[in-house]
Design a protein around this ligand. Structure first.
Ligand code: MD3
Ligand code: FE
Length: 218
């Protein structure tokens, strides 16, 4: 068997969708064809709105570095979480969402049964070795009717897929370079997180994992 830790192990042919539960589906390798272009676009976005470590309402510095593109960006500070049309760091609108991003999000949502997905927010998370994202729910978007599309690039991570309560047992789902997950309907309010990223390097991202999450937030 293959561990799937390297690009060379990843099949070129489309993989069958893996359902985690109703409303949550993993599309293995769905973003492999555009991956290099996606990462180039991330660099261009970060040149305008740099990655930064946001502060939680509780005053803690998040270990994930974040930026955004599109009409709305997710931000956190001492006053709370919100979607903001302006990057508070630059005082300017977030960089535009590249056509490549919009098309990928739309195609992935359609492959999961959500036709016509048109996200207005793309949160870009950057993980370095040791970076983790503790269990949380995504509740800052009003539109639970729309799915969330997440794209994993670079170093593989172990994603935690929990239940409706924080204390519910979480399963560990490996997310590799090029994997896309679509979360909709009943799965939208599940607790989820990411285990600390291992020390590793990836040919396209070096010592990082990049995750794009596309949402309809406005
Ligand atoms: C399940 N990001 O940004 S992506 C987040 O890998 C976030 O960076 C993780 O959780 C990451 O909020 C996980 C997968 C994901 C994104 C949003 C979800 C899973 C989700 C919303 C609801 C349920
Ligand atoms: Fe989340």
């Amino acid at each position: 068997m293959t561990l799937g830790l390297f690009d060379d192990d990843q099949p070129a042919a489309p993989q069958a969708p893996e359902w985690l539960e109703p409303g949550a589906v993993v599309l293995r390798g769905f973003a492999l064809p555009p991956a290099a272009g996606l990462l180039q676009a991330v660099d261009a976005i970060a040149a305008q709105s740099p990655f930064r470590h946001l502060i939680t309402p509780g005053g803690k510095r998040m270990s994930v570095a974040m930026t955004n593109c599109g009409p709305l960006g997710w931000v956190s500070d001492r006053s709370g979480y919100r979607y903001d049309p302006v990057d508070p760091e630059t005082g300017r609108p977030w960089p535009a969402m590249p056509a490549l991003f919009k098309q990928l999000a739309r195609d992935a949502a359609e492959a999961a049964g959500f036709a016509g997905f048109a996200p207005d927010a793309c949160l870009i998370n950057r993980y370095a070795p040791g970076t983790r994202l503790s269990l949380h729910q995504d509740r800052d978007e009003g539109h639970y009717a729309h799915p969330i599309v997440s794209v994993s690039l670079g170093i593989p991570a172990l994603f935690l897929w929990g239940g409706a309560q924080r204390a519910d047992r979480a399963r560990r789902v490996p997310l590799l370079h090029g994997d896309v997950v679509v979360w909709g309907g009943p799965a939208r309010l599940r607790f989820h997180g990411v285990l600390p990223l291992p020390e590793a390097t990836h040919p396209l991202t070096g010592a990082h994992r990049i995750n794009l999450t596309f949402r309809k937030a406005g």
